[in-house]
Design a protein around this ligand. Sequence first.
Ligand code: FES
Length: 180
Amino acid sequence: MAFLRGLGGYFLRGNFSGKDELMKLVQIKTTINGKEYDLEVRPNMTLLDLLRDELGLTGTKRGCEVGECGACTVLLNGQAVNSCLVLAPQVNGQEILTIEGLADGEKLHPLQESFLDHDAVHCGFCSPGMVMSAKALIDCTPNPSESEIRTAIAGNLCRCSGYQQIVDAIKEVKVEKRET
Ligand code: FES
């Protein structure tokens, strides 16, 4: 305890030598929704903050900010990640896809169409994260089972409890893909 108190005093007096390091901007190059960006970011900035606050990509939602709700889900090199848990400097040289990058102009992505067709959007707050998790799934498993679908969206919370419609929407995309 004495040790902790001692450390607290150390930080409170502003003697933390890493403080200046934390303020130094880091240069990164990253591709977001197919567009290349050269950016300067704080070392402690999250990818969520970068997307929403710096780039205005507010389709990615800010929920719990501790990796529990999945509202902030984006694809990082094709993998679904919680952007609140990724630091902006970590995406240097990486590819990000957000909900804004799914539609082709005015044409919605089949997953977005399917969510609408199945009334799988209630308050809508979880929808971007759900869709991104579903995209990561169907990109690598085009014909997922219901159990695979539920596992893929297990990290995405829906407070309206509309899970069945969401599962059905993802299943229906699977059917569309099989028919084409
Ligand atoms: Fe990132 Fe909740 S805001 S998981």
